[in-house]
Write a protein that binds this ligand. Sequence first.
Ligand SMILES: [Zn+2]
Length: 387
Amino acid sequence: MSLLVTGIGELVTNDPALGRGPLGLLTDAAVVVADGGVAWTGPATAAPDADARMDLGGRAVVPGFVDSHAHLVFAGDRAEEFEARMSGARYDGGGIGTTVAATRAASDEELRGRLRGLVAEMRRQGTTTVEVKSGYGLTVEDEARSLRLAAEVTAETTFLGAHVVPSEYGGRSDAYVDLVTGPMLAACAPHARWADVFCEPGSPHAFDGDQARAVLAAGRAAGLGLRVHANQLTAGPGVQLAVDLGAASADHCTHLSAADVDALAGGTTVATLLPGVEFSTRSPYPDARRLLDAGATVALATDCNPGSCFTSSMAFCVALAVREMRMTPAEAVWAATAGGAAALRRTDVGHLAPGARADLAVLDAPSYRHLAYRPGVPLVRALELPG
Ligand SMILES: [Zn+2]
């Protein structure tokens, strides 16, 4: 059964061969969908026949957002920590322990309900692919449980046993790194595609460069791809480590040296920016222009989590990227779709050329520019296809 989606006033394909500019932009476009995939993309006047039709009445369509960085397996709430931060308290990652305690105490059903609720909330806002990390269990059993639950909702599961050092270890600890790289990794690797680490020598709760290297090397040896929480709170070794080890993505990139920018521009590691975190921790934003002008591949993601940034809205991140990081609307939309796909090393999402998954997001607006032009307005949703 094929479906012709027509009445697309403006279509972002992210394929320059199909339309104008890096977004591969088409006006008065159509897409044919069959078997969950895109079968044809082009001008409506040239569209082939299909078994059924859906008319979008001139709305804009973009590829579904690819949110390549999210922490969705957790229990509890940290609204009071947010309130305190807005009154001047500093963010150093220490509040994560609160979520760890709540998550360990929660039932599978409770965690599953919250997780599925957030994935549905994302979908209603146009996100069709989401990466989900563990990292609030921090015991062998609780990390494996988090990843089993995550794997129920996404193929993009990330083992983040090295999120913070749990409080029972009393601060930075090589013994905890031994647990993460040993029995915890062994229990988690079957449920994970990626390994990640919070590399932040400036935080007493996180991991220094040598520890981060050990975590990533063990993850790679277990067959996992690599991602790194890098250079969020201070300049440090995270970005260089990510590039050296061929990680798919270095995430945050808030405090970068010239050498870090050069490394990202010269390598295959995507720079994933998470401006919702800077918004929600009232911190300086990463220098997206410097990365883009140097030639780095930039992705945008939410970092949706109960502490440093509890937004699930990629459209909000696009608006922040344009307003606060001086990305153009086109650069921001590309980063939130094709950029996210690159950060997950996926070729079947983040674009709408034939062969892609039929992940369309539709705007109640005539142009993708409205994602930044109308901040906070719920304009975009995943297009639900019949069947
Ligand atoms: Zn994160």
